[in-house]
Ligand binder design. Sequence first.
Ligand SMILES: Cc1cc2nc3c(=O)[nH]c(=O)nc-3n(C[C@H](O)[C@H](O)[C@H](O)COP(=O)(O)OP(=O)(O)OC[C@H]3O[C@@H](n4cnc5c(N)ncnc54)[C@H](O)[C@@H]3O)c2cc1C
Length: 379
Amino acid sequence: MKVVVIGAGLIGLLTALRLKQQGVDVVVLEKAEAASESSWAGAGILCPIHPWLYPDSFTDLVNASLDLYPELQAELTHETGHDIQRIQSGLLIPCFADDAVKHQSAAQVWSDKFDWEMQRLTPKQALDIEPNLSTFVEEALYWQDVYQVRNPELLKAVMLYLQKLGVEVIEHSEVAQLLEHETGSVCGVQTSQGQTYEADAVLLAAGSWSEKLAVQSGFDLHVKPVKGQIVLLKTKPGTLKHIVKHDDAYFVPRKDGRVLVGATMENVGFARGNTVEALSELLAATQRLIPSLKHAQVEQQWMGFRPGSPDGLPYLGKVSAKQGLWVATGHYRNGVALAPITAKVMADWICGTQPNINMDAFAPDRVVCESESVGYPQL
Ligand SMILES: Cc1cc2nc3c(=O)[nH]c(=O)nc-3n(C[C@H](O)[C@H](O)[C@H](O)COP(=O)(O)OP(=O)(O)OC[C@H]3O[C@@H](n4cnc5c(N)ncnc54)[C@H](O)[C@@H]3O)c2cc1C
């Protein structure tokens, strides 16, 4: 069986890996450099932002994915010797008197329902475990079992493993159109340089750029880029011990002492670059929430385009009107957390095994209703 994967982000690469392990002849085509877009830019928090705002089917998928991470980490270390820096940081959500949204009770209900152990900390308890937190904290929600991964290291390990398995990842090879039989079923792709690749199945995993190819081949797929800007601070290791999150701002302490501050949610199309406004917002949140970080050195900033869907859910599965075409995109804010289950389900499915999770909520041709709480940010 031959499969072409469009897009060398984490989703396309990891699915290609799982396909190859099932004996599939797979090639990944990438319009720019592999592993350089959203998957590289993300913060690597292995837990959704405010998961209680999503339908239950989403948490089921997240939990199934996170269960696969220990095995994935061990496999990548064993096969490549590369450390993906998956560490248990725990997650703290501080609550303040003037919070516009009070998350406490919804978070408690969600945690109880899905077996995520959550503690409600008093200000003293919160400051005991995270001494640099703002002293204005009134209560903090604490999940000890939250992990993070360092995206570039994860991608590097996946790329090394693909190389070892002999999977071709062809860079600077933009897919310009899908090729179809007279019957309408998809049988390959053509690149903008005019090269054709025949295939029994094509997987569209082109992140924020997926909509264009879908529409060209006659089906509606709503994916919009939602830009996220990030600032990296250089601090001493141990300055921050946990992932701290408040509204859309979060702080992720890396092993080497660096603290990643993210992230904006911008509806600005594919406008690249970092802006004064966004950086000021992120640094203002830093001073408000972790005041002692005001002495930290700003080391780097970058951005990425999250592949946003109107309801915040990914599109996973086959396109019923186009035989041979499969979709794995629209992972929005959660593509790193959802990558292991996406890769497993998609590879099994393409190879003929039905998923043992109910995937109806993620069908590419579902009726998508825009969700104000987790969908696209308002302009
Ligand atoms: C600032 C930020 C913070 C984030 N934080 C987190 C987090 O903490 N936890 C989490 O789980 N997720 C997070 N995410 C989301 C996560 O990074 C994404 O959901 C995930 O990386 C999407 O992966 P992807 O492979 O679909 O897309 P991408 O990584 O964008 O890859 C798509 C690839 O397809 C290529 N492509 C596009 N069109 C074509 C074409 N026509 N032909 C060939 N190639 C093509 C692109 O060049 C690109 O390389 C964050 C994202 C951002 C931007």
